[in-house]
Design a protein around this ligand. Structure first.
Ligand SMILES: [Zn+2]
Length: 404
């Protein structure tokens, strides 16, 4: 649909050089986890809001992990649309693998390199500069826009988005999480569930293994059984926008000495599940499988514990008004110009959106950069894609909050 003169005016305030420059400065404001110190990155964003005269506050559960809440107040307080993207990044595991300074934000042939270039500082840039463009154009929105550059995402969010959610400081009616989706609108995300399985055997001298029960050998059979009997069932649980239900065997430990029969073996499992599964069904089902193994294959003495659960999987209806508005914005800013299709998708990783999954509000995930480049060496993003995302964010806010 054609842009209105007001929409065009707002988008004209999105400037490629400014987008690249802001992202470059944000990449240089190092905020790696560990330790997850986001003070410099938060102050960098705050400085722009201050220069532009946009209302903001810095809020922090832990002093070194501050987040920002910037507000464009409209004619009415509600509805409220929130943009959230994280300012912390993962660390640099292998500096030699980088061809550019990971904290330089170097731009080569229209591509900006650096830790956080994709995950997630390009999304922060798009969201912040979208709000700036709306503000500069002097638009009064029909509702309120909140921009939330947030800390602590890479360390599970207890002092970031989860804290803001649980204390009611961030309670929007509509939420868009900035994460790498290549500027495609994502409307679903699996939940994250970490379990530990411990098998208890009986210790004995390694010279007389018949006197003990070898927990490692039992675990080996259990792992094989899970692979044969359980994982194929998970693969059948599909979803239109998500990968199927999965189980990753992440760690294993057991035994203390070569000349002893190990009395304990422990594995940890990462279960990512689409809507329909809960932590109760996950643990109940796995217990049933292990009890069946114990009855039919070999008696085991096991313990199953939940280490972490992110709560409910995220799912927003494709017919939700916010989804339609953002899809139209994608089409008007980008897709219609090139003729390409950008059908809705799901987000394969985990985002801060999970804390809002039970709130009955639409939660979308959208941002520049390819999902695979986050956390890797030579992380990068195309500047043009960040510009495109900035315009899509701005247009979505204008239409979702009905500026006249
Ligand atoms: Zn991220």
């Amino acid at each position: 649909m054609p842009l209105s003169p007001l929409e065009q005016k707002v988008l004209d305030f999105v400037d490629e050089q400014e987008v690249a420059g802001f992202l470059q400065g944000l990449v240089r404001a190092k905020s790696v986890f560990p330790p997850g110190d986001c003070v410099e990155a938060a102050e960098y964003c705050a400085a722009l809001f201050a220069r532009e005269g946009i209302d903001y506050k810095i809020v922090a559960d832990l002093p070194e992990r501050p987040s920002l809440l910037a507000t464009l107040r409209g004619k009415r307080e509600r509805p409220q649309l929130a943009f959230n993207a994280h300012i912390d990044t993962v660390s640099i595991e292998n500096p030699d693998a980088w061809e550019h300074d990971p904290f330089g934000g170097e731009v080569v042939d229209g591509v900006l390199y650096g830790r956080g270039a994709g995950d997630d500082k390009s999304s922060v840039t798009a969201q912040v500069l979208a709000a700036v463009a709306i503000h500069r154009a002097g638009v009064q929105l029909g509702g309120t826009l909140v921009v939330n550059p947030v800390a602590d995402e890479e360390s599970l969010g207890a002092h970031g988005a989860q804290w803001l959610h649980d204390t009611g400081q961030l309670a929007p009616d509509m939420l868009i999480i900035g994460e790498q989706t290549n500027n495609v609108v994502a409307i679903a995300e699996r939940s994250i569930n970490w379990l530990e399985l411990v098998i208890h055997g009986e210790a004995a001298h390694g010279a007389m293994p018949w006197n003990g029960v070898n927990a490692i050998k039992q675990m080996a059979r259990v792992i094989d059984y899970l692979q044969q009997e359980y994982e194929p069932l998970l693969a059948q649980r599909t979803h239109p926008y998500l990968p199927p239900s999965t189980m990753n065997l992440g760690t294993i430990e057991g035994g203390i000495k070569t000349n002893m029969v190990p009395e304990r073996c422990r594995i940890t499992l990462d279960r990512r599940v689409p809507p329909g599964e809960t932590i109760e069904t996950i643990t109940g089902e796995l217990c049933d499988v292990l009890e069946r193994f114990s009855r039919e294959v070999q008696t085991i003495n096991f313990e199953l514990n939940v280490l972490y659960s992110s709560g409910l999987p995220l799912e927003t209806s494709p017919d939700d008004p916010l989804v339609r508005v953002m899809q139209q914005a994608v089409s008007d800013v980008a897709a219609s110009l090139t003729g390409e299709q950008r059908p809705l998708t799901g987000y394969n990783q985990g985002s801060d959106g999970r804390f809002f999954a039970g709130d009955g509000i639409p939660v979308l995930i959208f941002g520049p950069s390819h999902p695979d480049v986050g956390h890797s060496a030579n992380e990068h993003v195309s500047v043009a894609q960040v510009v495109e995302a900035t315009k899509i964010y701005a247009l979505t806010a204008l239409r979702a909050l009905q500026a006249e």
